[in-house]
Write a protein of this length. Structure first.
Lengths: 116, 116
């Protein structure tokens, strides 16, 4: 167990709807990253939050947005859902300045989103 | 552009046999390289990492990997596979956000099946 928890574990939405996914970071971690893992693919970096501000974004449109709260929990919001948004969304927490040196990204088990 | 390629989508080995999973990367400088494992319904777990120094690195669960700069490779090996090693394996390279970490580029994964 990594200490990173995500909710919900599974959910089904229809095209055009909005979704919010939640992540609780490991205790003491101040950075959270979100990844999208489509079926049969590796995780793709969406964005990262540090000190409640976005700190790096991958190739995802603005309808993907996030929040990080003072207690280091985080949300991923996706507006105007499309069929291609169906994927496993992974949250990973880390300690700023440490992740790239130790590889210590601690992943949750993910939220599986299905868009119909 | 940075990229990671795992040429083998699916590999099947017999229990007790040796294993090698291939990973090739494209990166402009000395890469930070990682191998993660993902079991069904689980998040990603770090197996091992390479930053500098000795090109043969040891990880958890008896895995090792060798960094070969001339071949831009970081192949994962295990001398004797156990049935519990059946999982999805991802190679990753450290991304651009070095000041805070967390942005990794993953390969598309290799699914390992183990025959009794």
């Amino acid at each position: 167990e990594t200490g990173v928890t995500q909710s919900p574990t599974h959910l089904i939405k229809t095209r055009g709807q909005q979704v919010t996914l939640r992540c609780s970071s490991q205790s003491g971690h101040n950075t959270v990253s979100w990844y999208q893992q489509a079926l049969g693919q590796g995780p793709q970096f969406i964005f990262q939050y540090y000190r409640e501000e976005e700190n790096g974004r991958g190739n995802f449109p603005p309808r993907f947005s996030g929040l990080q709260f003072p207690n280091y929990s985080s949300e991923l919001n996706v507006n105007a859902l499309e069929l291609d948004d169906s994927a496993l969304y992974l949250c990973a927490s880390s300690l700023a300045g440490v992740a790239e040196l130790t590889g210590e990204l601690f992943f949750g088990e993910g939220s599986r989103l299905t868009v119909l | 552009a940075q990229s990671v390629t795992q040429p083998d989508i699916h590999i099947t080995v017999s229990e007790g046999a040796s294993l090698e999973l291939r990973c090739n990367y494209s990166y402009g400088a000395t890469p930070y390289l990682f191998w993660y494992v993902q079991s069904p319904g689980q998040g990603l777990q770090l197996l091992l990492k390479y930053f500098s120094g000795d090109t043969l690195v040891q990880g958890i669960k008896g895995f090792e990997a060798e960094f070969k700069r001339s071949q831009s490779s970081f192949n994962l090996r295990k001398p004797s596979v156990h049935w519990s090693d059946a999982a999805e394996y991802f190679c990753a390279v450290g991304g651009e956000t070095y000041n805070q970490g967390g942005k990794f580029i993953f390969g598309q994964g290799t699914e390992l099946s183990v025959k009794p």
